[in-house]
Design a protein around this ligand. Structure first.
Ligand SMILES: *Cc1c(COP(=O)(O)O)cnc(C)c1O
Length: 396
C-alpha cells in the first residue's frame, strides 16, 4: 500500500525526536515540566457549561445541524463582532459561517481558493497548518519571515511582484503564535491595500483576540474600512474560553471567502452539534469580567517567566498578548541544541523555534499553560543548572 503523493509532501512531525527523549526521561522517573503545549489548563467558564447542560437535554439539538451554523449562532457571532470590535453590518446569512474550531476552516480555505501554480503568502515562523494546507491544495508557499528587526510583522516590500501577482491568499495571525507579537490597525490597513492591489484574499487567524494583557485590546482586521472587500477573519473559542476540546468558532468577512469555505465544508463535514452551538452562544455573551479572570491567570504566569528570565540575563519584554513567550536562545546554540539541553539538564520541555519555520531558528517558545508554582520551579531549575542567557557555565 502507498500513501498518496500529497501525503508524502507533508513534512514529518518535527518534534518527534524531542518527544522520544521526553518519553525516555519519563520512563526513568524524571519530573518533566511541559511548557510546550498551547492548550489552556483551566476549565471552561460555568455559564457555558450550564448552557450545554440545558441544550443537551433538548432533543431538538440532536439531529443534523445546518452546514453554515444555526441562525441563532451566526446572529450571536455577528453581535459579538459588533460589541467587541465595533464591526457592524456583518450579514449573518452571507458573511459568517460556523467552524469546527478554526483549524479545519483554515485548512479548508486553502482547498477553496488555491490550486497548482498559485502562491500563498505565509508567515515564518507560523502556525504549521498554513503551510501544510498549501501543499495539500497543490500550491506553493511563499514564506514571509517574521523577525525581531521587523517587529515580527511581514515586510510587504520584500515580496516579489511576480509572487504577489500569483498569490491567492495572504495569512496573518495577530496576536501571533509563536512570537507573541501584536499588530496595529494601521498595519492591517496596509495589508488590506496590498491585498486589494493584487486581488488576494486576506486571511486573519484571530485565535488569540481575547488573550491580551495590561488592558490591551487586539483589533479586528474587519475594523479597516472596506476590509470586507478582501478579508476574512477566523475566530475560535478554543483559547479565549478554555474550550479547545469543544471545537467551535466562526469565520466572518468577505462573502466570496465565506461562500467558498462553506462549499468545501458542506462536502466534508456535517456541521457542529447544535448543543455546542448553543453553549457557544452563551460564550459570546459571557461577561467580560469572567474572561478577565481567565486572562489574569496567564498575565501572572507571563510575569513570573519574564522576570525569571530577566534575572538570568535575558533581555526580553513581556508580550502584550497570547499564551506564549518567544525567547532567544543563548549565543552559540542552535534552537535544537538549546531545547535538548533544557530537557537533559532541567527536565523542561519546550519546542525549538525552527519547528514553526526556518525563520524561527534562534528562538524557543514557552507556553503559559502550567500553574504558577511550576513556572517558579522551571526558573529555579535553570538557575540551579547555571543556565543564563550569556551561557556562562553551560557548555562542556
Ligand atoms: C490554537 C490555534 C488555532 C486553532 O485552534 P482551534 O482549536 O482549531 O480553534 C489557530 N491558529 C493558531 C495560530 C493557534 O495557535
Amino acid at each position: 500500500m502507498h500513501f498518496a503523493k500529497r501525503l508524502e509532501k507533508i513534512p514529518p512531525y518535527l518534534f518527534a525526536e524531542l518527544n522520544r527523549k521526553q518519553n525516555e526521561l519519563v520512563t526513568q522517573g524524571v519530573d518533566i515540566i511541559n511548557l510546550a503545549v498551547g492548550d489552556p489548563d483551566q476549565p471552561t467558564p460555568n455559564d457555558i457549561l450550564q448552557a450545554m447542560h440545558g441544550a443537551i437535554d433538548d432533543a431538538s439539538t440532536h439531529n443534523y445541524p445546518p452546514y453554515q451554523g444555526t441562525q441563532e449562532f451566526r446572529e450571536a457571532a455577528a453581535k459579538w463582532m459588533e460589541h467587541r470590535f465595533g464591526v457592524t453590518q456583518l450579514n449573518p446569512n452571507t458573511e459568517i459561517v460556523c467552524s469546527i474550531g478554526s483549524k479545519e476552516a483554515i485548512h479548508n480555505t486553502f482547498l477553496a481558493f488555491v490550486e497548482a501554480g498559485d502562491y500563498t503568502l505565509i508567515p515564518d515562523p507560523g502556525y504549521p497548518v498554513y503551510r501544510t494546507a498549501t501543499l495539500f491544495a497543490g500550491g506553493e508557499p511563499y514564506m514571509m519571515p517574521l523577525n525581531a528587526e521587523n517587529s515580527f510583522l511581514p515586510d510587504l516590500n520584500t515580496i516579489p511582484e511576480a509572487v504577489a501577482r500569483r498569490a491567492k491568499l495572504l495569512w496573518i495571525n495577530y496576536p501571533n503564535n509563536p512570537t507573541g507579537a501584536i499588530a496595529t490597525l494601521e498595519f492591517f490597513e496596509e495589508l488590506v491595500a496590498f491585498c486589494k492591489q493584487y486581488d488576494i484574499l486576506l486571511c486573519h487567524d484571530h485565535a488569540y483576540s481575547e488573550m491580551a494583557y495590561d488592558g490591551y485590546k487586539p483589533p479586528s482586521v474587519l475594523q479597516v474600512p472596506d476590509a470586507k472587500d478582501v478579508a476574512i477573519e477566523f475566530h475560535s473559542l478554543s483559547k479565549s474560553c478554555n474550550m479547545t476540546g469543544w471545537r467551535v468558532g466562526f469565520v466572518a468577512g468577505n462573502s466570496i471567502g465565506i461562500q467558498g469555505l462553506t462549499q468545501v465544508k458542506s462536502n466534508v463535514d456535517s456541521g457542529i452539534f447544535k448543543a455546542i452551538q448553543r453553549a457557544a452562544i452563551a460564550a459570546y455573551r459571557t461577561s467580560p469580567a469572567e474572561l478577565a479572570s481567565v486572562v489574569s491567570i496567564y498575565q501572572n504566569r507571563r510575569d513570573i517567566i519574564v522576570q525569571g528570565l530577566q534575572s538570568l540575563g535575558w533581555k526580553i519584554t513581556p508580550p502584550k498578548a497570547t499564551l506564549y513567550i518567544w525567547v532567544p536562545v543563548p549565543p552559540g546554540y542552535s534552537s535544537t541544541e538549546f531545547v535538548t539541553l533544557l530537557l537533559d539538564k532541567c527536565g523542561i520541555l519546550v519546542p525549538p523555534g525552527n519547528g514553526y519555520g526556518a525563520a524561527g531558528e534562534g528562538f524557543f517558545r514557552i507556553a503559559l499553560t502550567v500553574p504558577d508554582q511550576r513556572m517558579h520551579e522551571a526558573i529555579r531549575r535553570l538557575k540551579d543548572a547555571g543556565i543564563r542567557y550569556e551561557g556562562v557555565g553551560v557548555r562542556g
